[in-house]
Design a protein around this ligand. Sequence first.
Ligand code: MEV
Length: 317
Amino acid sequence: MKSIASAPGKIILFGEHFVVYGMKAVLCSIDKRITATSQFIDEKVIRIRSSLGESEISIDSLDNLGKVQQKFMKPFFYVAQKAIKENSIKNGIEIVLESEIPPGVGLGSSSAACVAVTASVNGLFSKLSKKDVVKIAIQAERTIFEQNSGADSSVSTFGGLVSYDLKNGFGDITSRNDLNFIISNSAQVHNTQDVVRQVRIFKEKNEDLFNRLCREETDIVDDATSSLKENDLHKLGSLMLKNHDLLKQIGVSTEKIDLLVHEAKKTSYGAKITGAGGGGCIISLVDNSNSEDTLNNLRKISDCFVTKIDYSGLRYS
Ligand code: MEV
């Protein structure tokens, strides 16, 4: 028996980094997915196979996460060990991951993988609700990234266009906007935890400035929430540029990213970093009137593609 589940990547429209300190973020899941396929195997191991490598650990001990060599796989082993313990089984489990989401560029590939693996592994026993999946997926991701806000896993599980903050969790943004974004990849791979750590250092050295930027971010997110309801693309675009400026001030932009935003600004409604920054991707807000021109412009300097909001989130198949 195979248990298959898939979960989408995400983009952050507003509020990355500030969300770690309690501010609200606005994010949506995108039409690029990771699929996890799990099955029982006779060997007494948990085995993970993905295009980024293969790794296995014995199930003789269910307390050996420290032995995992490829750190990004630790959350998946955590999920499988937890399921084996809770269901007292003697078999091993093999998990195969297939991804359409480029890794390490701010599109939520690790959270989507945690969500897909949680649903797929537990689906071998009984299908979990989305609420239960997201709880375990966040715990799993925290085995390698303790400060993670949970925003990425939440949007990947529930899908759609949502707000998220640490206190209230996930909130639906009622209008079902049909927004189109161009994602341009700077090809500068980042490590989210390192960039989050850098921002913490910045905050500790610049408390007053950081508090002021948090207040500015809150105003941007409030205005963005109203503009989303009114589908005001011009306003949204200018708020994205303002948000990019805040991200520059906390030091998570790069020359390449600023160049991409500068070029995107010429034809799109607005553009900004999405996700942790330190490289990664930018998003540009477009519609039919300016999508082609923006793509042609950005393609000269980066890999890019058009994306739409995914409204389904986690899917079992
Ligand atoms: C990463 O996609 C988003 C950050 O805000 C970190 C987090 O929310 O956990 C940078």
